[in-house]
Write a protein that binds this ligand. Structure first.
Ligand code: SR1
Ligand code: MG
Length: 389
């Protein structure tokens, strides 16, 4: 953040009581409020009303929740989330939460409560499978990433949309936490003692550091489509039947391969965590899930591709190579960067945890350096899971 910034007039941080008052227009007899957020950035309340109906109130606060007031963060992310959710609801109805209201003065959204759903990352860690999720996510990505690109929109119209979703401050977080800090000895990094040597090797690896810098350049400059911007398994909520993508506050017009790579990386890290701990069945299911996700993505792109344009195969091949490299950066940053993941971090047995993290770092390196050459999902998955071969 470069300029002095202050919250809008009238802004106040909600608590479980004021969240109930705020929700009263969207819920009959709201009476119970509870803060349920466990994310890095915002406050999230569940407000319950008559007949046990409920809504979610999500409010941006003027600093990074996970770090504290020492890391100020403007509230514009709430507007970005509302705008991105609106577009997602138009293109992918039923695949994201329904947005009921956005209140700019409070930087707060009121939306559908997905109470029957669980966060995909938590479900996978518990060893559960979600048979429909890979296909649903493939459809979501294809529809959003093609539907907001110039393959479907007039370029002028797309540029007008881009102008409303610049999302300067949250992009700066990704630029730093995904493409810069994990590739140098930065104070934000969190590195287990036993991994320090490996981290130092990565920082001294010129090929890797250069690949990260080039990918950062692409992340900053390639405005291809409206990307979710943070499409990891913690941004997906599931039941046995249903799949919803949540939390698009990092959304902006960026590289299509970013969302695909982040999701594939998180499936690969879940796979490696289970395989390390002897969970071969779930690890195998995750391999099939990644493949189903990609096959669905490819076939939906084919179905939606504009008639008369013969470049679909080259587009998909390019996007796959980009996804592979973004996946590599995501795997490395989730292991030695600031924001780590429970899949590997919460493995109690130290030897197994280190083995899983080393496997992730090896896969991440292979993808970031060599990902441009991948020519199939199997090829990408083989690199991501190079440790187990
Ligand atoms: C400090 S914010 C850390 C991470 O949380 C979000 O979910 C994004 O992944 C971001 O990089
Ligand atoms: Mg989030």
């Amino acid at each position: 953040m470069t300029e002095a910034w202050a919250p809008p007039k009238g802004y106040r941080q909600l608590d479980s009581t004021s969240a109930i008052e705020f929700a009263h227009r969207w819920l009959v007899d709201p009476r119970e409020g509870e803060e349920i957020g466990d994310g890095n950035l915002n406050l999230v309340f569940r407000v319950i009303g008559a007949q046990d109906a409920s809504v979610i109130v999500k409010q941006a606060i003027p600093y990074l929740r996970v770090v504290g007031e020492s890391w100020p963060l403007p509230l514009d992310r709430a507007r970005v989330e509302a705008l991105a959710l609106t577009t997602q609801n138009e293109i992918c109805p039923g695949q994201v939460p329904h947005l009921m209201h956005f209140e700019p003065s409070l930087a707060a959204l009121i939306m559908e409560d997905l109470r029957d759903h669980v966060v995909l990352r938590h479900g996978l860690i518990q060893g559960n499978r979600y048979p429909n999720a890979p296909e649903h996510l493939g459809l979501f990505c294809a529809r959003m990433l093609l539907g907001t690109s110039i393959w479907k929109l007039d370029p002028r119209q797309q540029r007008q949309r881009q102008a409303k979703l610049v999302n300067t401050d949250l992009r700066a977080i990704t630029e730093a936490l995904v493409y810069e800090d994990p590739f140098r000895n930065a104070p934000t990094n969190k590195i287990e003692h036993a991994l320090v040597e490996m981290a130092q090797e990565l920082w001294a690896d010129e090929e890797l550091v250069t690949a990260a810098a080039l990918l950062r350049y692409e992340f900053c400059t390639r405005a291809e489509a409206l990307v979710h911007g943070d499409l990891h398994t913690g941004s997906v909520m599931v039941t046995a039947e249903d799949t919803r993508v949540i939390d698009p506050e990092f959304a902006f017009y960026g590289p299509v391969g970013f969302d695909l790579g982040v999701l594939l990386a998180n499936l690969a890290m879940a796979h490696l965590a289970h395989r390390t701990q002897g969970g071969a069945d779930l690890a195998d299911w995750l391999s099939v899930a990644a493949s189903t996700f990609w096959v669905t993505f490819e076939s939906e792109i084919g179905r939606l591709w504009p008639a008369g344009q013969g470049s679909k195969e080259r587009f998909i091949r390019g996007v796959l190579g980009d996804a592979a490299r973004h996946a590599g950066a995501e795997m490395i940053r989730r292991t030695i960067g600031l924001a780590q993941i429970a899949d590997t971090d919460a493995i109690d047995d130290e030897a197994l945890r280190l083995r899983a993290k080393l496997a992730v770092l090896q896969g991440g390196r292979a993808l970031l350096v060599g990902g441009a050459a991948v020519d199939s999902l199997d090829h990408l998955w083989g690199m991501a899971t190079i440790w187990s071969r």
